[in-house]
Design a protein around this ligand. Sequence first.
Ligand code: BG6
Length: 508
Amino acid sequence: MRIPDPFTLIIFGGTGDLSHRKLFPALFKLYFQKRLASSFKIVGLGRRTYSDEVYREQIAASLNEKIESDSERERLTSFLEHVHFQPLDVSKKTDFKALQDRLLKFDKNIQKNILFYLATAPAFFAPVARELAALNLQKEVEGQQWRRIILEKPFGTDLESANILNTELLACFDEHQIYRIDHYLGKESVQNILAFRFANGLFQPLWNRRHIHRIEVTAAESLGVEDRGGYYDHSGAMRDMIQNHLLQLLAVIAMEPPNQFDPDSIRDEKAKVLKALRPIKGSEIHQHVIRGQYIGSKIRGEKVPGYREELNVDTKSSRETFVAIKANIDNERWQGVPFYIRTGKRLPTRVSEVVIHFNGPGHQLFHEQSGDHLGENQLVLRIQPDEGVLLKFGLKVPGAGFKIAPVGMDFHYSDMNADDLPEAYERLILDALVGDNTLYARADAVQAAWKYVDPILEYWRQHPNTKLYGYPAGTWGPPETLSLFENTEEDWRYPCKNLSSDDTYCEL
Ligand code: BG6
């Protein structure tokens, strides 16, 4: 078990939604499992002037909603003793000085190692980094004290802004101190792709253009934009999901085996994939990218608003809530293998998965009895929910004749005594505390991802008449996405095609 050194965690945006919903639950879980240091402090920052007691009450209230067992409840009070609040307005130098003074009052061993967590709007990233550096709070002493900074997404809104942000950060912190979070990489099932690919002699030789026909990457969400209309209407699915989560996932699926299992070897290989993405430019965009926006509909009898009717969304908005891309990777392994990526809000269910479609047999021996495609081999890596792996293949239907039917071998993480998979944030915060940035996005990978999506976003900006397909909330997005496939018989996989309730997994 990796136990971090004593530390102070300072959360900018300590009263915000992310802190309440994700960060504190993850920290409490780690504390409960005795995975945090013997001594540590967590300081939430915000513009309000709470006392430690009031802040603790608020954190307790949100943790209480998640706590399930009595033993957890018993440890809540002792956890909260580690939690503090410090008022801070990012525009006030005096507030940063007051923060520094407060830190100096902590035990010597706690104030040495500091993790800054920027759970704020991205506009504050550079100013905060500058103020911290002005007070020397970013200074490390090798072997004696470390300083690290975690930045939430989005990291920039395009390549240019990401580059500027990077330069500003690098003027204050070294690259090894900067942790750009992508919570998809913290998901247990995403890390498992590495194990699945590189620990199994069975699949490794098949993982290339000679054996794989195409790959699908889906991240479907059943919810709409909820109360984030203001943010989302400036972002859209391309910036919110594709540029980061889905391209990072793609990199994990497509990377070459690293020579060693260390952060830089892994991140080198991931970055290479993103740099090898074939740019989609100009009018090619119509053949490679389909965008959509959900329109009002009824889901299981209940009326659901369209995107333009959501709170804080422009009533004429042309922001995409759905994107499907046919991507290509120009390298030896993947030449000619299309990657179909899709994501959207208000789809029929919440599911993220990767589907590897293997080539069929050269000769269709059972064609007469069963047609051409019944034995198609698919490997489904289920990221969420119901994390697991499904391998589909064709077998003979018992009885007379030789009819082939698809069957599946299905592994669920829950079978591994892993009902309670660690949340992505638990893993990622702990990694940052022990100084392991393997699962964080490196600057060159973030830049490569922007380089790929930027021309598409720019084309849409310059050609506002590019088709934006409406799709009724609760459906799988515009049917026009089928035009991306090379063959009319190809289609997406539709987990839960015959959906009966959310989060059920019904298509074999
Ligand atoms: C976030 C996006 O990064 O990821 C959200 O901003 C999205 O819009 C979320 O809903 C999806 O994450 P998960 O873990 O629920 O798949």
